[in-house]
Structure formats: structure tokens, C-alpha cells
Design a protein around this ligand. Sequence first.
Ligand code: NDP
Length: 470
Amino acid sequence: SKARIGLVGLGVMGANLALNIAEKGFTVAVHNRTAARIHEFIADAGPLAERLIPAETPAALAAALGSPRAIIIMVKAGAPVDETIAALKPHLDPGDIIIDAGNANYEDSERRARELAAEGFRFIGLGVSGGAEGARHGPSLMAGGDASAYAEIEDILTAIAARFAGKPCVALLGPGGAGHFVKTVHNGIEYAEMQLIAEIYGLLAQVEKRRAWDIARLFEQWNEGPLRSYLIEITAKVLHALDPVSGAPMVDVILDRAGQKGTGRWTVIEALKLGQSPLMIEAAVAARAWSSEKDRREMGAELLPAPRHEPAPPILDADLERALIAGRVIDHAQGFALMAAASEAHGWNIDLARVAEIWRAGCIIRSEMLDDIAASIREGLPGGLLIFAPYFVEMLEEAVPGLRRVAAGMILRGQPAPALGAAIAFWDSMRQARGTAALIQAQRDYFGAHGFARIDAEGEGHHGPWAEGS
Ligand code: NDP
């Protein structure tokens, strides 16, 4: 009999996703460029092997599937996806469905949706979050693309997705690249949240010289309160771990250079194109880039003077928790504002409350707070900004002073706080009905006669007394 769905790419993510699908009772035809991997995978699949059909070639994969065919591609993002599609296409029929489940750039998904539609195929760009463990036992799934195609595979996606209070964390969020865009922003928010945590860790470990396991206990404690989330939980676990080689805390023997595969950078690039500035995500991308300039920092440690000993009030642990709470809300506020802007610009009509809902479980940024975020978005965000929602205004009334004290304290102590600093800068900017851009406008008019609007008159083309001939 025919398999219900096909899957190409038995790497870490693809293999786990295939097992997840098989476990939910669907037969999966599996293919991998390197064919040896297919048999190795099935041999290791245990009892689930009976629902896995090996397909050594794209033709065999197509032959193993019922009509219309649905094939998940889970290979390295970029050109490999196009190569895989090109290899499959000769064996497909009109109406067949291609699902790219890798971390695609949303523009590639828009293009693939267009190109495939022109040839009569249907496309879904599927953002998958949760790492290997999520793929195996329940990821958060962010779909974009053809609604009729989504309907054909919705039962499978619903069965394999993570669940929050019984509700599956999967949704069709819009056409074309909408799902991959949302996945990209998810990763951007994740970057900023990881950076926030790293900054707080930096204060505790590097300024206060607390040991990793003491810091771990703090994170464990925070994970019992409003900060409860996957990233806080794994931070505690990571800080508890010891290096089997040296016996030292694992974190102390890891080189301080952060890797990045590009989704944080993409978030920032797309944001800037839309006239948005999610400053916390920008700061997190910057911090990873600076971290990789290890040689330069080693030079800087010799060449640049340490901060003078400034009088600075002690920083309370309770304020660190408040800073993390405020930082997380502001991070999400910036990420959701970005998705709103993209949805508007592309006409995607993304249900942002639904996005928050499908992030409540399965994905890396999952947290209890996302449930409150979803509720606030459903009620309608004043000004389209999460920090204006009554629930969060109240929460931040207490948390922001903590953020302010921590950010200021870190600056006085010479400890870098790019994400915390970005968070408080955004907050204070949004709080100012009248900012300082009048001076920018005056300068622009002075050197470029760009003109400005006045507070007391109509029109944009006013000039100052400095303009030539005035
Ligand atoms: P792996 O490196 O484990 O696997 C890569 C897979 O891609 C292999 O099956 C490989 O086949 C295949 N492949 C590579 N190049 C080509 C090509 N040119 N043509 C055909 N197949 C090719 O990657 P992951 O499973 O980690 O990642 C897969 C996708 O999932 C990526 O887009 C990644 O960004 C995304 N993702 C990863 C997450 C993670 O936590 N790892 C989380 C969420 C998304 P072969 O065996 O022949 O080399």
C-alpha cells in the first residue's frame, strides 16, 4: 500500500520528524541523498520501521506515495532545497504538495511558492521549532502557503505538533513565506532572550564572581515564578553540568564565541527593510558578532583601561528577575510589532494571537508568558504594541525599575549589557510623547535643506533661519 507522506533528508531534524510521524500512525516514505543513510535510519527505527518505506531515488519516493503526493523536504536550507525540488519535480503530478520544513529564508519560500504554482504544484513553507527533541516528540509548526494543500496534511501536522493544554501548536499563518517569516522572527526573539540571560549570567559570574552552580540555583528559582520557560530551565541545567574531562563547570571551559546560522541576522535585515527596529534583536546579533571577535577582545583587554571604581548601589537578585521579565516582554513586543508590520506590508493577514498560541509549547521560546501575550493580543493591543496592553503595563510597572537599576548598574561596573540597554532605551523612547528628533530635523535642514514640520503649522516644508538666503 501507498505511504501517506514522503520525507526527504534524514539528517538530525528529518529523521526525528519521520519517527514522530510514524509514531502517530502514518506511513512515511523516506529518501535521503546519500542512500546508505536510508537503510541505517530504518534499521535503527525499532518497531516504527514497519511504517517507514525506504525510497532510494526520487522516482521510488514518488511511486511510494498516494495521490495527491505530499513530500516534506528537510535538508540544509538554501540551494539544497532547490536541488531537491528539481530532482523531485519530474516524478510529480499537478496538485502534488511540496513542504519545505527547513529554516528557509522567507523570500526563498515566496519564490518557490510562485514557481511551483506556475507549474501546477502546491507549496507549503513550514517553520519547525524545538530542535531535535521537538521534531521527535512535538515541535511548534508555523505554516505558510496553499490553504488547500494545508487542508490535505493538517491531520498529520496536528498529530505530530506539540500541545499546550491539549491544543496543537500548529497553524496556517498566511500564504507563501508567512510561516518561514514567523519562524525567522521566532529565532530573532530567541536570540534576544538568550542574550538577556547571558548578560544576567555575566553580571553574576564575572562581576559578582558567583560559581556556576550558585547561579544555576537562581535560575531554578526563577523558573518557578513568572519567568518559567524552556530557556530559563535549560540555563539552570547547563550551569549545573560539569565537564567530564576537567571536573570544572562545563560553561567555564567553553570558548566564548557564539555561533549563528543566520536567522537572527535575517530578522534584523527584514526588519530594517520594513522600517522597523527590534533593537533587542539587533543587540543580540551584535553581541554574537562581537563575541566572535575573540582576538580583538583579547587585544582590547590589554589596551583599554578598566572602568574606574564608580559608586554604584548593589544589585539585588530580585532586580535581576525583574530585568529578565521586563526584557522578555519588550523583546516580544518588538518581535510582534515586526510581524505585524510584515503582515501588513505583504498582505499576509497573520493572526498574531495564533502565533503566540502556537509558541506556547514545542518551540525554543516557549513560556507561560506567551499564554498571556496571546490573551492580550486577542483583546486588541493599544497602538499595536504589547507593552501598551493593560496586563503588561501592570506587570512592567514593577519590572521596569528593576531593569533600569540592573542596566545602569552593569554600565557603571563595566559589564556589557547590550540587550538590557536596548530594552530600557526602547521603553524610555516609547514613554516620551516629545523626543529629541527636532534637533535631528534641524540639523538635516541645516546641511541639506530637507525641511521639517512645525508644531504650530501645516506642511512638511518649513525651513530654519539658517537656510541659504533666509
Ligand atoms: P543535518 O545537517 O543534520 O542534515 C542535513 C540533511 O540535508 C541531510 O539529510 C543531507 O543529506 C541533506 N542535504 C544537504 N545538502 C543536500 C543537497 N545538496 N541535496 C540533497 N540533500 C542535501 O541538518 P538538520 O537536520 O539539523 O537541519 C535540516 C534543516 O532543518 C535545516 O534547514 C535547518 O536549518 C533546519 N532546522 C534545524 C534545527 C536544529 O535544531 N538542528 C531546528 C529547526 C530547523 P546527506 O545525508 O546526503 O548529506
